[in-house]
Write a protein that binds this ligand. Structure first.
Ligand code: DSN
Length: 448
């Protein structure tokens, strides 16, 4: 019996989501589309098994094949990221935030200071986010001390400070970062996040960490696939710990990897289990293993480089339509559009684009003065559309659609959100773009 017969209700919802993915363009830079093999592995019988513990040291019997799978995943991960001999990897963390928490649990004590990238400048919630409602940021300050709304557990447990990008370049000013570190002596320094479009100077960050006696953790969730393929620089062997999710540019199903020097990986393993989790998701590890097998093939290298080429090409096309690109460009798969010179900002624009068949997300940006619920920017990226096989020529078309949507919506800029959405929904011109997008999607079908 298939799902179609046993539970038509859920089957229909899945079919609808499949259709949505097939007929819309996902430009969300943290999303990707996995191969049928990855999906088969994730849906496999490994989901039925408990395997608390590590290879050959499990608390449950019957783990001979789980051990085999985890060993193979570790071997592939080491190869994909060219791990030095003295480094190892944990493949069991259930997600990126859990992986980061495991590192904190392993390396920090309650109350220690951690220092990460400022969230509105592209950092991540799990790097110590808290805020003070209705406070306007000083756009010229390079440091943020957080606020009373300790929305992420990290800000409740640790003292957290965050460093900001330079108001001039919207990139990190490493001299400023060093000064903040020297003054506040964090025990852990973190780089990485969700919306920083540029390379990070891992060597400089390590040297700053060394100067203040801090550990250095590089969270490369977004760039992992690009780094594995050599399309971006790698922090492996430079930082003390490297964490990543596996489902973004790495295209290996949902999960996380933690790489660290052998001196600290045992502590991290203990922090994952029993510190934070029970049994690992063996089926997710199976997906990661298959995905890493794909990462090791030459085609993946081509994919990663094309992903970056597409993003850089898209930047140039968007500039032709007078879109302002945060930091002036991108070194990766991710682009942040500062919409303050346009009539429509991130929230409304993202919704209008979705009706036009282009899926993106509203985002904060450096020197943000608006709320994250209605911010100034739009974040887009090329991992998924490159997986579909799209290249520079399609970027020309996508940039033109993005611009057309902005032009169509501009007369509705003063509308409240609901009225704005109603106008978008009823717009024949938006519907026309959505039809054109569908046509392009069908030329680059997802292999479901
Ligand atoms: N949600 C991820 C992103 O979109 O970047 C980060 O966790």
């Amino acid at each position: 019996m298939t799902l179609h017969h046993t539970d038509p209700e859920v089957h229909t919802i899945i079919a609808q989501e499949q259709q949505r993915q097939q007929l819309k363009l996902s430009l969300i830079p943290s999303e990707n589309f996995f191969s049928a093999s990855v999906r088969e592995a994730v849906g496999s019988v490994f989901m039925h098994k408990y395997a608390e513990g590590n290879i050959k040291k499990r608390y449950y019997e019957g783990n001979v094949f789980v051990d085999k799978l985890e060993s193979l995943t570790i071997r592939r991960a080491k190869k994909a990221f060219k791990l030095p001999d003295e480094w190892s990897v944990n493949v069991q963390a259930l997600a990126g935030s859990n992986a980061n928490l495991a590192v904190y649990l392993a390396l920090l004590d309650i109350g220690d200071t951690m220092m990460g990238m400022f969230l509105p400048d592209g950092g991540h919630l799990s790097h110590g986010w808290s805020y003070e409602p209705k406070t306007v940021q000083d756009p010229h300050s390079y440091i943020y001390f957080g606020g009373s709304r300790k929305v992420n557990i990290t800000s409740r447990i640790f003292k957290t400070i965050q460093y900001k990008t330079s108001p001039l370049t919207q990139q990190f000013d490493y001299d400023e970062v060093e000064q903040i570190a020297m003054e506040h002596k964090p025990k852990l320094i973190i780089t990485g996040g969700t919306a920083y479009p540029r390379e990070i100077d891992y060597h400089r960050m390590k040297s700053i960490a060394q100067k203040v006696g801090a550990y250095y953790m590089a969270d490369i969730a977004h760039e992992a696939g690009l780094i594995a393929a050599g399309a971006m620089k790698s922090p492996i062997g430079i930082a003390d710990v490297v964490t990543m999710t596996t489902h973004k540019t790495l295209r290996s199903g949902r999960g996380a990897l933690i790489f660290a020097h052998n001196d600290i990986i045992k502590k991290i393993n203990r922090a994952v289990l029993p510190g934070l989790q029970g049994g690992p998701f063996n089926h997710s590890i199976a997906g990661i293993c298959v995905g890493l097998g794909e990462v090791l093939k030459p085609e993946f290298k081509e994919y990663a480089f094309q992903t970056v080429r597409n993003a850089q090409f898209l930047v140039e096309e968007l500039k032709r339509y007078n879109f302002t690109i945060v930091s002036g460009g991108t070194d990766k798969h991710l682009i942040l559009l500062n919409l303050t010179n346009k009539p429509i900002l991130g929230k409304k624009f993202a919704r209008a684009l979705d009706y036009a068949g282009i899926v993106a997300n509203m985002n904060t940006m450096p020197q943000e003065i608006r709320s994250p619920a209605d911010p100034s920017a739009l974040r887009i990226g090329t991992p998924w559309i490159t997986t579909r096989g799209m290249k520079e020529q399609e970027m020309v078309q996508i940039a033109s659609w993005i611009n057309r949507v902005m032009e169509i919506c501009s007369p509705w800029k003063e509308y409240e959100f609901d009225e704005f959405e109603k106008s978008v929904k009823e717009s024949v011109e938006i519907q026309t773009i959505s039809d054109e997008v569908k046509e392009l999607c069908l030329k680059f079908p997802l292999k479901i």
